[in-house]
Write a protein that binds this ligand. Structure first.
Ligand code: BDR
Ligand code: CA
Length: 364
């Protein structure tokens, strides 16, 4: 059978019990939006949030995540901290993309609680032992924590219901080097440990990979922020414009809208500086929607590997689409979606959640 025949369209599927999730993040502007989207989604039950060093150092990721969950009304969710460094590589962070603290221009209140006593890798292992076959893993940062968990207990991946990863780029340019995507480039050894662990497993166990090929079609524009603000009942209107002075701050009456707008303004300025336009690629919320099945998407199976040694290609993800390596496919790669559907859904869902947060009963 040719590989093209295995291209599969996944329809939206929301008619089922909430999906329990282990969410591993490097918060991060789009990670923050992904968390808000999950909190707003009845299809999701966040079991725990795990922090990986990536966009910013891991202590800052933890601070951002704790603070954001509090602002978004869920201070009860466990937040566990992972390793401060990748498996082998020295840590690189990207404050130019996500701001000095990882949340753009947003000034989140300091969190009022500490992270969990257990490490992120321990949480992966322990929670999948407590709930074998139930949890979906969603990783929107480097794969360091999950690779450490696999080393602690190789059974962790087969105890997951499914793994969904934002990472890699295949038939598409990189965003970190010409051929590598950020989450893989930060910790290529970790990505290889995780991807290799799926070799030989049944097709239904294969991880779903959301690479730049698809996530760079997920363009958030000022109009989306304006609509979130409007539907959430925030005043005055949010009207981000490329003509605004750099770093202008939101005056939105609703705190989540204000923080989101300040974060996304920084992200849009960054994208404009990269000649991509006044918009933001929100990779991680899309991966979250794939994990929940709340967005239509198309997958194509492939055998995936990570270059660790290349002089100019280290961190590059390679997909063998046609069996040239003689190895069975070990990943389902998301090769297409409907961005407009996604944004209509995301904007409405996030806005109504935020509205309910400040004016309970307003959505009834
Ligand atoms: C990924 O890199 C990070 O900067 C984003 O949060 C996203 O997870 C995109 O390459
Ligand atoms: Ca991320």
């Amino acid at each position: 059978m040719g590989q093209d025949e295995r291209v599969r369209a996944h329809e939206v599927d929301t008619a089922r019990a909430p999906i329990p999730l282990l969410v591993d993040v490097d918060t991060g502007i789009d990670d923050a939006l992904a968390l808000l989207y999950l909190l707003a989604s009845p299809e999701a039950e966040i079991a725990t949030v795990l922090c990986t060093a990536g966009n910013v150092p891991v202590h800052q990721v933890a601070t951002n995540t704790l603070a954001w969950l509090e602002v978004c009304g869920r201070p009860d969710i466990e937040v566990a901290v992972g390793s401060a460094v990748p498996l082998v590589a020295p840590l690189m962070t990207t404050e130019d993309t996500h701001g000095p603290r990882g949340v753009g221009y947003a000034e989140l209140p300091a969190p009022t609680r500490d992270p969990s006593a257990r490490s992120a890798a321990e949480a992966w292992v322990e929670l999948t032992r407590e709930r074998p076959g139930e949890l979906t893993g969603l990783v929107t940062g480097p794969l360091t924590n999950l690779a450490l968990a696999v080393r602690l207990d190789p059974g962790v991946l087969t105890r997951l219901r499914r793994l969904v990863v934002m990472g890699g780029c295949f038939n598409h340019p990189g965003n970190t080097t010409p051929t590598s995507e950020w989450n893989v480039a930060v910790d290529p050894e970790a990505a290889k440990v995780v991807f290799d662990a799926f070799a030989g497993l049944a097709p239904e166990r294969r991880p779903l990979l959301c690479p730049l090929d698809t996530t760079e079609s997920i363009e958030m524009h000022p109009a989306h922020i304006a609509r979130i603000a409007e539907l959430a009942g925030s005043v005055p209107g949010e009207d981000l414009s490329p003509d605004d002075p750099r770093g202008r701050r939101s005056r939105a009456s609703v705190p989540v809208v204000r923080h989101l707008s300040d974060a996304l303004r920084f992200y849009m300025e960054f994208h404009r500086d990269q000649n991509l336009g006044y918009l933001a690629h929100v990779h991680d919320p899309f991966a979250a929607a794939v994990a929940l099945g709340t967005v239509p998407f198309v997958t194509r199976p492939a055998t995936v590997d990570v270059e660790l040694d290349g002089r100019i290609t280290r961190g590059t993800t390679v997909a063998d689409w046609s069996g040239i390596w003689g190895r069975e496919p070990d990943a389902d790669i998301v090769v297409g979606t409907e961005p407009e559907y996604f944004f209509t859904h995301l904007v409405e869902r996030v806005a109504l959640y935020v509205r309910e947060l400040y004016v309970p009963g307003s959505n009834n």
